[in-house]
Design a protein around this ligand. Sequence first.
Ligand SMILES: [Zn+2]
Length: 230
Amino acid sequence: MCKNLRIRTPWLIISPHFDDAVLSCGHLLAKNPGAVVATICGGIAAPGVPASTWWDRRSWKSARDATLGRRQEDFEALECLNAVQAFADVLDVTYRGHDDDASVFATAIGDILDRFDAEHIAIPLAARAHIDHELTRDGALTALRTRGLANVFFYADLPYFVGRDTDRIARALSAIPVPQAPAHDSENELKREAVTKYRSQTPLLRRSFRRSYNSIFSPDAERLYRYQPT
Ligand SMILES: [Zn+2]
């Protein structure tokens, strides 16, 4: 793609699912209006496919309802943060039926990277979080390597990583911690408001993660690591 057709942005956050970027980087997004959040598992399921997990059946009539509905929730959340929505069309593992196609993720993320001229890029740290998070991280690393892009950061996936040894995991990925200024109250309020827009997700996240869910709103909850490949 012609370089001057790429859209400039201060931050491009690569998100495995709709909600991960806001849960993990909501303060960062509040500090940086005009950031782009690109969700990789943003595909729309075919008509007639039933909602497959109790999580989805609780809120949606079908897989198509779930995948379309999450896009809308994400749009509303990003509007609160003055962020721009983008997505690839990879299906969530629940509807993909397989979980090991790393090249699909690398290609989808490469296409996203080619659309934006980002000053900074953030990708999930992912270890022990969820297979889609791991495929997103590994696909992003592959796509970034072939493009030689700099200013790349890992973010700790919240609420998965609250209280875990993220520094050690980041070090294994050739990344070092970047001190973050604590979020201001106004930035935290924007994150809280944005998170409420994920109406189908937040009650279940709160129930599943209990205390660690609340701690995603601590002013110092978010962690970034600068990727320094050797
Ligand atoms: Zn996720």
